[in-house]
Write a protein that binds this ligand. Structure first.
Ligand code: AHM
Ligand code: MG
Length: 333
């Protein structure tokens, strides 16, 4: 079979659709290159002195792992000089990162979770990088946090890299979802799955069950009914998977269906769920919708949520369309 590289795929996209500009193509290639570097560090593990804590905290009060910090640095450095970006924002930085004056300023905004699934770093379980691309508002001048506060529907590209047994890059520019596998010997991304589609029905769910006692009634009901299996109201047996790396859970769902949930719960009303809207929920919601799935916060589409702050958290229900529809309907009843 003829191998198509990421570069070739992007050039073809650029020729076919006007949506993919030369700047956006460069941006995606640079992000993909940074992910390659992160993958290389991840692969070294203890041999690269990248495991363990960095002994610092991020804006969310979470202890940063060395690899969180390293991955953030790799993405910042890779994306600063190309002239394609106006600013960046990251899970690991309190405020936005404008492009230094010595470089030209471009028209895009890049957001990322540099290393998602941090609790899995030290135990050699799949982790990943998630990214989201927006256009800077016209005539913005110096970028501010406000420029980033656009709903997910405004994303022009989104993707993730998963560092597992294989390193893969899953990408959408609003024209379906494609998957590239890193050829580690050649150092290039090769198109390995075209137009990924999530099955509409599923018998597999993903949720951290240890939080069950804190869930709101609609989530309790939904999960209880699945657990009742064949003889319960759902009339079928369900299986459960929870990797604790959103990238890995979403990647499984893209390949064979499923529903992923990180609901809000009763513990802290000020904190609706764990996952962050701008650089976790929105890019994943765009990918999932582009693959024919659905993504809601239990009430409405994640992509329609008007953001109020950079590190805002949201409840997340995403994956196979018909299951997301059931749990969302229970929230309304
Ligand atoms: P992180 O960005 O700090 O790694 O946190 C996000 C991760 C998701 O990848 C995953 O779905 C979730 O946290 C797991 O949470 P929990 O440890 O509560 O199961
Ligand atoms: Mg994360």
């Amino acid at each position: 079979m003829k191998r198509i590289s990421l570069t070739q795929y992007l050039v073809e996209q650029q020729r076919q659709s006007n949506a993919l500009t030369a700047e956006l193509r460069l941006l995606i290639e640079v992000v993909a290159r940074a992910c390659k570097t992160i993958s290389h560090s991840v692969g070294k593990g203890a041999l690269g002195d990248i495991l363990g804590s960095a002994d610092t905290e991020n804006i969310q009060g979470e202890v940063q792992k060395k690899l969180d910090v390293i991955s953030n640095e790799i993405l910042l450095e890779a994306n600063e000089w190309g002239g394609h970006l106006a600013a960046m924002a990251s899970e690991e930085m309190e405020t936005i990162h404008p492009i230094p004056n010595r470089y030209p300023m471009g028209e895009y905004l890049l957001m990322f979770d540099p290393l998602d699934g941090s609790s899995n770093i030290d135990v050699n379980v799949s982790i990943g990088t998630i990214f989201s691309v927006l256009k800077a508002p016209e005539g913005m001048g110096q970028p501010t946090e406000q420029a980033f506060l656009q709903p997910g529907t405004a994303q022009v590209a989104a993707g993730y890299a998963v560092y597992g047994p294989q390193t893969m890059l899953v990408l959408t520019t609003g024209n379906g979802v494609n998957c590239f596998t890193l050829d580690r010997e050649m150092g290039s991304w090769v198109l390995t799955q075209r137009d990924m589609k999530i099955p509409e029905d599923t018998k597999e769910f993903a949720i951290n069950m240890s939080n069950k006692r804190h869930w709101h009634p609609p989530v309790q009901r939904y999960v209880d009914e699945m657990l009742e299996g064949k003889t319960g109201p759902r009339g079928k047996d369900f299986n459960m998977r929870w990797i604790a790396s959103m990238v890995a859970d979403v990647h499984r769902i893209l390949n064979r269906g499923g529903i992923f949930m990180y609901p809000a719960d009763l513990r802290d009303p000020a904190s609706p769920g764990k996952l962050r809207l701008m650089y976790e929920a929105n890019p994943m919601a765009m990918i999932v919708e582009q693959a024919g799935g659905a993504a809601t916060d239990g009430h409405g589409r994640i992509l329609d949520i008007p953001p109020t702050k950079l590190h805002q958290r949201v409840p997340v229900f995403l994956g196979s369309k018909n299951e997301v529809e059931v749990v969302t309907r229970y929230h309304g009843e």
